[in-house]
Design a protein around this ligand. Structure first.
Ligand code: ADP
Ligand code: MG
Length: 694
């Protein structure tokens, strides 16, 4: 049944838009034509009509059909925004920013005014924002402070097929919002799969299909799976460039490093081929790429474009004009490693669903071709049909803390679409208990509640709160902010020695964390100057970002009535605060420059870029921020700690029993003795066990 009155109203609104648009410049007209050529445009009034009858909809359409950029605008044009903001969530930061920019252009406004975006530590919205793109993590945090999401009239949960951790949790949270608010619209969009499942989850809501237009794509498999996929991809790209008609090329790589290597190699090889081949435009795209460079993939070029992307280009971003796809068959996934007790990004074979999405990118504007750098039998028999949802493969400590602070006591009964493995939940509960965020009954503690206010991993927020107690929150805020940016130092190939020397001047012998603090403080002492950054081989952009992040942490501290205090030069206390958040990542010196993780007994090495390594300082005990795997396990960002801090702050790992009722000095002294003994004993036991194993 159609609601004629409603669609009429909508028609009026559209007509008004049209006359407005006609008086605009040519650029606007061409944007308007582009909008109207999208598949979703044909069905927009059906969609709006359906939404008047149902508060929840699942909307399925091929990538590029206009879901992300158009649905928000349709809702606005249909008048919903009178009652609140229209939110649209994205699993990826890059997508949130890039799409918001596009929609601001389409609506002819400055980004941050009518159309804005919000990602962690970066809020580009204002009072006047009516369409807000954000990461799913941002919306999830907002539900912590505004459980009914009152400021929104509608939310579009975009890219639901990605099944990101935060989206999966939002599913459960939003289902109860929809139950409570009858003036709230929810659209879940998906590129293809899983739509029925989403619809069932929300109580058999309608599935709306955007009719797609796709062209056939030839699939070509490798005869043998490539050993070096970077090299194989480069070869294939050159073969296409030399042998195929015009049309842009999209290469799917794993991550930043591989992408950069591919771009360099590709440029070299093309130069080698000689001047008879026409020039190409090589464009990388990955999440940490600065946004002005990201925007380049959308610029038109008279040369052939070769875009080298992570799986962000699979469904989140659509570049028109792609005719050839090269698929390495790999992506980087966050995977929880129970042995290490932490997540790490690992290069992993993609699933068949990924492979088919990737191939589909070549058939949007005309017939295309897709080269798979793996064999057909690998595709058929080795790849999973679908990727395992993130919630079933990553650490959940963050999410568990958030849910606990929302007052959800029994996590096993929370409305998960696909519940995480019970072991993972228990593991996360354990981690939070160990940090003091949960009590013995699994209820959230005062500390836990404070920790949940920060958009940080629990160990980082713990370190910040303990830092405040010790009197060094200012220093810890700087360190936490420094840890939030990808790279601080730069090392140009032609000035490697010079830049290394500059970096070493910042080294604080016992700690990489303190080295970071040192850099940040010196930058401040030098008036946050750009020249200073250049002189010291430090990325100015990164430091500026650090300063912004720090500002936001400061705001949260103030909102939470936490003090901003500085301990001056007593940096031992700063190390103790670091230890309070990271005692679970403790390592002990085993041989010359060789460490071993105290809990897992897995070797952990100082990274050559560590200040401890650089200065040849090898303390007996260290804690580290995370482990990086390359040729071996390297500890990233290391700080020397006093073993007694470990026993004091992480007694559960060192077999120390502490009775909380005893505050008498004498008893405490005795206990201290006992603790030392037990601690030593535990270490001996561990070492013995280790020796037996070897
Ligand atoms: P979907 O969400 O269904 O995959 P989108 O709304 O993302 O589709 O894309 C619709 C169209 O908008 C595509 O043709 C895409 O190329 C274009 N588009 C999206 N973002 C930009 C941008 N930043 N610059 C130029 N075009 C863009
Ligand atoms: Mg989209």
């Amino acid at each position: 049944e159609f609601d004629h009155k409603a669609s009429n109203q909508y028609g009026q609104a559209l007509k008004k838009q049209k006359t407005e648009a006609q008086s605009e410049f040519a650029k606007t007209r061409s944007i308007k034509q582009q909008r109207e050529s999208l598949p979703v445009y044909q069905v927009r009034s059906d969609l709006i009509d359906l939404l008047r009858e149902h508060n929840v909809l699942v909307c399925v359409g091929e990538t590029g059909s206009g879901k992300t950029t158009q649905l928000t605008q349709y809702l606005h044009e249909a008048g919903y925004s009178v009652n609140g903001q229209i939110g649209c969530t994205q699993p990826r930061r890059v997508a949130a920013v890039s799409v918001a920019k596009r929609v601001a252009d389409e609506m002819g406004c400055e980004l941050g005014t009518k159309v804005g975006y919000s990602i962690r530590f970066e809020d580009c919205t204002s009072e006047s924002t009516i369409i807000k793109y954000m990461t799913d993590g941002v919306l999830l945090r907002e539900t912590l402070f505004e459980p009914d999401l009152d400021r929104y009239c509608a939310v579009i949960m975009d890219e639901a097929h990605e099944r990101s951790l935060n989206t999966d949790v939002l599913f459960g949270v939003l289902r109860s919002v929809v139950g409570r608010r009858h003036d709230f619209k929810l659209i879940i969009t998906s590129a293809t799969m899983d739509a029925e499942k989403f619809a069932r989850f929300f109580g058999n809501v309608p599935v709306f299909n955007i009719p797609g237009r796709t062209f056939p794509v030839d699939t070509l498999y490798a005869r043998t799976t490539a050993q070096d996929y970077v090299d194989a991809a480069v070869q294939q790209a050159i073969a296409i460039h030399v042998g195929q008609d015009s049309g842009d090329v999209l290469i799917f790589m794993t991550g930043q490093e591989d992408i950069e290597a591919t771009c360099v190699l590709l440029a070299d090889r093309i130069a080698q081929v000689g001047e008879e081949v026409p020039p190409v435009t090589i464009l990388p795209i990955y999440s940490q790429l600065p946004s002005d460079l990201q925007a380049k993939i959308f610029e038109s070029s008279d040369k052939r474009k070769i875009i080298v992307a992570t799986n962000i280009a699979e469904t989140s971003l659509t570049v028109d004009g792609i005719k050839y796809v090269i698929d390495t068959g790999y992506c980087k996934l966050k995977i929880y490693n129970p042995k290490m007790g932490m997540d790490s990004l690992q290069v992993t074979p993609i699933s068949q669903a990924n492979a088919n999405q990737r191939r589909g990118r070549a058939g949007r504007t005309g017939p295309g071709a897709c080269w798979r750098l793996y064999t057909e039998s690998a595709y058929v028999s080795e790849m999973l049909t679908m990727t395992i949802p993130e919630i079933q493969r990553t650490n959940l400590a963050n999410v568990v803390l958030l849910l606990k602070s929302m007052g959800i006591k029994d996590l096993l009964s929370f409305g998960f679409m696909d519940p995480p493995p019970q072991d993972t939940i228990l593991n996360s509960l354990f981690q939070l208990w160990m940090l003091g965020a949960l009590d013995n009954l699994g209820d959230i503690t005062k500390l836990g509640n404070k920790m949940a206010q920060f958009p940080l991993d629990p160990p980082l927020s713990k370190m910040l709160i303990v830092g405040e107690e010790i009197g060094c929150s200012s220093e810890i805020m700087s360190i936490v902010s420094m840890l939030s940016v990808p790279s601080i130092f730069f090392r140009p190939k032609d000035r490697a020695d010079e830049s290394d020397a500059a970096r070493e001047k910042f080294f604080v012998p016992e700690s990489d964390h303190l080295t970071f603090l040192n850099v940040y403080q010196q930058w401040g002492h030098n008036g946050y100057s750009a020249k200073w950054c250049g002189d010291h081989f430090v990325h100015q952009k990164s430091l500026k970002k650090v300063r912004e992040v720090r500002g936001q942490l400061e705001e949260i501290m103030q909102q939470q009535h936490l003090q901003i205090n500085s301990i001056g030069t007593d940096w031992d206390q700063v190390r103790k605060a670091i230890c309070a958040g990271y005692f679970h990542n403790a390592s002990k010196l085993r041989g010359i420059g060789e460490y071993v993780n105290l809990r897992s007994r897995i070797p952990a090495n100082l990274h050559p870029t560590s200040s401890l390594y650089g200065l040849g300082y090898t303390p007996d005990y260290v804690v580290y921020h995370e482990v990086m795997y390359t040729v071996k396990e390297y500890m990233q960002t290391v700080t020397a700690v006093d073993p007694y801090w470990l026993a004091e702050l992480g007694p559960m790992f060192f077999s120390v029993k502490e009775s909380s009722s005893d505050f008498h000095a004498k008893e405490r002294q005795e206990q201290e003795e006992r603790r030392k003994m037990e601690y030593e004993q535990k270490l001996r036991d561990d070492l013995e066990r280790q020796a037996k194993q070897e």
